[in-house]
Write a protein of this length. Structure first.
Ligand SMILES: Cc1cc2nc3c(=O)[nH]c(=O)nc-3n(C[C@H](O)[C@H](O)[C@H](O)COP(=O)(O)O)c2cc1C
Ligand code: SF4
Ligand code: FES
Lengths: 440, 160
């Protein structure tokens, strides 16, 4: 089972109750559980929205959109029921944080969904958990049952006269379903093909009703903001990047693990101090800072603040907090190939640039890595990726293109080292998948 | 077509949660598959009827989701992640090791029906890579030796 780590620089807020048995409702109550909901019940809905807005909380699912702002887009009056949908599909390679929240603190997600529902006037919430996380859906189902038993959910919650139902829902293996509109399709029992926007889910969402969709970590942060106050939370991070983030450190590190650090924490420190540096006396080659879809940074680009705006300035993204460290024994071409194989597998096939682009890129990278690369492939890969950008219905096309562009641009020499039939300089025996080599 | 009482209880509880019946489809398919082993023609016909869908609609959904299958698999489905965090920590070597140990290729099943093998995308165990799931159980920080032990444990479990 996923074990817990700690480091003195951590600021434990979302992870505060990890390892403390808080999946048990009584224990959760001892640890200030459900106090935030009771406080929110006494607040005006607009006041809740404003508090979340002022806290600077930005979506932890990848895009980094202001949570309070998103909530404020939900119309006050609606003929159709409103919904809150918690996104626990967590499938971005490099990301394994929502898993810990569901395992150690499921009630904090329920509390977050409840507060969001109070803020936008919804009476139904769904917590969508990916199919592979079966043990977590069992934990969540028990947590929901317990909350119903105490009257925290259902009719007249906490004796407030308000009604709220929250249900669990499960996936069955699909990354694309994490995309918010595909998530709704999946919940409606369909293939996870995205919807055209606008209209945005906040206006037309689940079954046509206004729907707030937030990542599990975003929602689990909300109760702490309500209790601790917007001001306190905002000041934990740099301006406009409030709070802390669960950073999933993985790859070639001494001490990989999920660490909760303030927004804006220095990446170099994160790798060498928190993560304990690179093992076996090797050196850093590159780091993927926010999950597989974010452009990599080279070893001399890591003196950067890990927050949404600083990483955007550095030409990458904070994404979902998945920091994947790559040492100098790894082949970037292989890494780029594995990344593309993933996106090709997960593309829903609706848009031609994404469907054909990921397929061609995967084929080219496979041939290239297998020793059949042509010099013109290098420019072609970059050209092809650049032409996918912004030309698709959902951001998966960009997610496939952006990292590829960075790999080709920043590690061109490594691509060139594979040319002229030379075997991969890094390949361990037997692990190469070969496609037929084309003649020049 | 008979499912277990537990399945029926879950199904009966789940359907009223949604304004449309078909919304229960994806989790229901997975529960049915867990019981029957795969999504047989009979299961598809039954669920289509219950959720007021055509069989084609159900098949369309099944073909989209990677965990759902219409073909039988081994009793223990060994799913090895080779995505990026696992890749750099030897995920491919674990997969190769399993291929050799079990004598089957990706998506194959051993002749005795005990194991099947699958290369999978990220399973949310990146910080504990390389990782694999056997059915729903996680096995993390794997090495070839540890993987052998895991396989052995399932063999023993099956013999009991
Ligand atoms: C291909 C794709 C996959 C995504 N997967 C996830 C996911 O697994 N979990 C998640 O919370 N957000 C995911 N997102 C982002 C969601 O679309 C959405 O922005 C997010 O759930 C909103 O919540 P937030 O504002 O709290 O981040 C994904 C986006 C794309 C384009
Ligand atoms: S970008 Fe890709 S995944 Fe997204 S809608 Fe288009 S084809 Fe589907
Ligand atoms: S990359 Fe293997 S579990 Fe995430």
């Amino acid at each position: 089972m996923a074990y817990l780590v700690s480091h003195p620089d951590e600021v434990k807020i979302v992870s505060r109750r990890f390892g403390q048995g808080a999946a048990n409702l009584d224990r959760y109550l001892e640890l200030d559980g459900y106090k935030a909901v009771q406080k929110a019940l006494a607040m005006e809905p607009d006041a809740i929205v404003n508090e979340v807005k002022n806290s600077g909380l930005r979506g932890r699912g990848g895009a980094g959109f202001s949570a309070g702002m998103k909530w404020s887009f939900v119309p006050k009056q609606s003929a159709k029921p409103k919904y809150v949908l918690c996104n626990g599909d967590e499938s971005e390679p490099g990301t394994c944080k929502d898993r810990l929240i569901f395992e150690h603190d499921p009630h904090s997600v329920i509390e977050g969904v409840t507060i969001a529902a109070l803020a936008v006037g919804a009476q139904t919430g769904f917590i969508y958990i990916r199919g592979e996380y079966r043990y977590l859906s069992l934990i969540m189902q028990k947590a929901l049952r317990d909350a119903y038993t105490r009257g925290f959910l259902g009719k007249n919650i906490f004796g407030s006269g308000r009604n709220l139902d929250i249900y669990w829902h499960g996936g069955a293996g699909a990354y694309e379903v994490g995309e918010e509109s595909a998530l709704m399709e999946s919940l409606e029992g369909k293939r996870g093909i995205p919807r055209i926007r606008p209209p945005f889910p906040a206006v037309v969402g689940l079954w046509g009703g206004p729907t707030v969709i937030n990542n599990a970590e975003t929602l689990a942060s909300v109760p702490h903001i309500i209790l601790g106050g917007a001001e306190w939370y905002a000041h934990l991070g740099p301006p406009k990047n409030g709070g802390t983030q669960l950073f999933c450190l993985s790859g070639n590190l001494q001490k990989p693990g999920v660490y909760e650090l303030p927004m804006g924490y220095n990446l170099k420190k994160m790798i060498y101090d928190v993560g304990g540096g690179i093992p076996d006396g090797r050196n850093l080659k590159a780091v993927v800072p926010g999950g597989s879809s974010t452009p990599c940074l080279t070893a001399d680009e890591i003196d950067v603040s890990m927050d949404f705006d600083s990483l955007a300035k550095a030409g990458s993204m904070l994404g979902s907090g998945g920091v994947v460290v790559i040492d100098d024994a790894q082949c970037i071409v292989k890494f780029a190939l594995r990344t593309m194989k993933f996106y090709k597998h997960e593309s829903c096939g609706w848009c031609i640039p994404c469907r054909e682009g990921t397929d061609w890129l995967e084929k080219t990278l496979t041939r290239f890595h297998g020793g059949g690369g042509l010099k013109k492939d290098i420019d072609n890969m970059q050209y092809l990726s650049e032409n996918m950008l912004g030309r698709t219905f959902c951001p998966l096309g960009d997610a496939a293109a952006m990292p590829t562009i960075a790999f080709v641009k920043k590690f061109r020499k490594e691509f060139e080292d594979h040319l002229e039939g030379r075997p991969c300089p890094y390949e361990k025996e037997g692990a190469v998948e070969q496609l037929p080599v084309f003649a020049h | 077509m008979r499912f277990s009482d537990q399945f029926e209880a879950r199904f009966a509880e789940m359907v009223p949660h949604y304004p449309t019946k078909r919304s229960a489809l994806v989790p229901t398919l997975l529960y049915a598959q867990d019981e029957i082993g795969f999504l047989s023609d009979e299961v598809i016909a039954e669920l289509a009827q219950r959720l007021e869908l055509t069989e084609l609609e159900v098949r369309n959904v099944i073909s989209y989701y990677s965990m759902l299958t219409t073909r039988p698999r081994g009793k223990y489905n060994v799913q090895v992640c080779t995505n990026i965090s696992c890749l750099v920590r030897g995920g491919e070597e674990i997969l190769l090791h399993c291929q050799k140990k079990l004598g089957i290729r990706n998506k194959g099943t051993t002749p005795d029906g005990m194991f099947s093998l699958e290369e999978v995308e990220c399973i949310g165990a990146c910080s504990w890579a390389p990782a694999a799931q056997v059915n729903y159980d996680y096995h993390e920080n794997l090495t070839a030796e540890k993987m052998d032990k895991v396989l052995q444990e399932y063999r023993q479990k099956s013999a009991q």
